[in-house]
Design a protein around this ligand. Sequence first.
Ligand code: IDP
Ligand code: MG
Length: 150
Amino acid sequence: MSERTLVLVKPDGVQRGLAGEVIGRLERRGLQLVGLKLMRMDEALAARHYAEHVEKSFYPGLRDFMTSGPLVAAVFEGENAVRAVRQSMGATNPLDSPPGTIRGDLALDLGRNVVHGSDSAESGEREVALFFRPEELVGWTSDMAGWVRE
Ligand code: IDP
Ligand code: MG
């Protein structure tokens, strides 16, 4: 079943010039890009996006960080897109992320872990709808699809 996942290059990633690197790694894996923009997250969007974390002690720091500068929002689509992105991202704490993953290669700190990816297909649908209007998503046929998936 095809699914969609929201990827954010967080403000640390954009400030460090890693937006292309992060999006590029996911593209090179074969995931199909169907939405992309540079934007800022405001406090209201942070609270909706991180609804599961708003009551946690680390939330104020997370909110301040996520609203501190521009981020790149992307949508990738395909079979198992959620799982593939989470695997390519690595674990939440970069120190638990093996080399070869985005966080394992590019980050050191839990609060500066460069990238977000939806944690389930349901979260993907919910989060994509928070960041993109339907007309901002572009459905297209990849001429490489048959070389990526059997
Ligand atoms: P995820 O980004 O790997 O899905 P979540 O548990 O959903 O991880 O947490 C969202 C974000 O909140 C993390 O990426 C990280 O930046 C931050 N975070 C999570 N747990 C902590 C914590 O214990 N202290 C500080 N920041 C945290
Ligand atoms: Mg999460």
